[in-house]
Design a protein around this ligand. Structure first.
Ligand SMILES: O=C(O)CCC(=O)C(=O)O
Ligand SMILES: [Fe+2]
Length: 319
């Protein structure tokens, strides 16, 4: 009995499982030559029609791409793929979603995401930090919120210097966040210029200097109903100054629509590191967070920050 047969007895199971004959599944041993992606096995034991004679009398298996023996050879990778490392594969590319609305996918690198979480954690534990806000109706929002720069009160829908319920002054927006916002606007302009072959990018998406950042933390059951961001000044609306949103942690399903109608809304998945910008024509777009996708945050981010399951969102606006 050959070594081949000693170790691999053909079985009904293996035939059924692979859909190939035993000889096809386990070609006889012989000299194995690696030819780039193709493997060729030389042997003197003919056993199927896929052998063909060579001038020197030996029989060779046909491992050309048309042959059933052909299998691309993939060497073992000692490192995780990015997919395993980050838990999920990216969804989509940076693009102009509609006039004035741009998504920059995986824009914030993991190092900066880690910094964002650590900074928000520190600020969030201090005066003016995270709390669960409510609406005028008494219903609570399904998230924890903190404001930087100015305070926005979901109950009165007003902006204020001090938080009315505890008198706390909102922490300042960190310079690092502001620099990231400016860079994102520039890169959104470059994308618009390229995608729409436009040179009036400032009209399509005006630049802005944020004076408020609303930081929200959604746990995996968190969500935010369909709404427009319309509590800023007329100046801000007339200029179409954009809202700029950073996503960090678990991914979120984000819906947006011209109508107050989530049934027919467009949907995108906002992943950790994504930046979404909506201004000018899209400034008053209806939008909501319909779902947080559990276990979708980058593993490295979780390892370095111990961020709770859920998602951190920062929206920057110019009041
Ligand atoms: O979490 C998000 O992506 C959206 C947040 C939002 O719409 C808001 O803060 O007004
Ligand atoms: Fe909003």
């Amino acid at each position: 009995m050959s070594l081949q047969n000693k170790h691999h007895q053909p079985s009904e199971w293996s035939r059924r499982f692979s859909g190939r004959s035993y000889e096809e599944e386990y070609p006889p041993l012989g000299a194995i030559t690696s030819l780039g992606r193709k493997m060729r096995i030389e042997t003197s034991t003919p056993s199927s029609e896929n052998y063909f004679d060579h001038e020197d009398g030996t029989k060779k298996l046909d491992f050309s791409e048309d042959s059933p023996y052909f299998e691309p050879f993939t060497p073992f990778d000692i490192c995780f793929s990015r997919k395993n490392y980050f838990n999920v594969e990216g969804t989509g590319h940076s693009s102009v979603l509609r006039p004035g609305m741009v998504v920059l996918k995986r824009y914030i690198n993991v190092r900066d995401q880690i910094q964002i979480v650590k900074t928000c954690q520190e600020l969030g534990k201090g005066p003016g930090g995270f709390y669960q806000p409510g609406y005028k109706s008494g219903a609570k929002l399904r998230l924890q919120m903190m404001c930087l720069g100015l305070n926005w009160d979901p109950e009165t829908r007003e902006y204020e210097e001090l938080r009315s319920f505890d008198g706390c002054e909102p922490p300042a927006i960190p310079g690092k966040f502001l620099r990231l916002v400016q860079r994102a606007i520039q890169d959104a302009h470059a994308l618009i210029e390229k995608d729409l072959i436009a040179n009036n990018v400032e009209e399509i998406l005006p630049a802005m200097s944020p004076d408020i950042c609303i930081v929200s933390f959604y746990n995996t059951r968190g969500r935010l109903g369909l709404h427009q961001d319309r509590d800023e000044t007329n100046y801000s609306f007339q200029k179409g100054l954009p809202v700029i949103s950073f996503s960090v942690g678990d991914s979120a399903e984000f819906l947006y629509s011209d109508e107050r109608d989530s049934e027919n809304a467009e949907k995108i998945v906002l992943e950790s590191g994504d930046v979404l910008i909506f201004g000018s024509e899209s400034r008053l777009v209806f939008h909501c967070v319909s779902r947080i996708i559990p276990n979708s945050a980058p593993v490295l981010l979780l390892e370095r920050t111990c961020l709770r399951p859920g998602r951190l969102n920062l929206t920057f606006r110019e009041y």
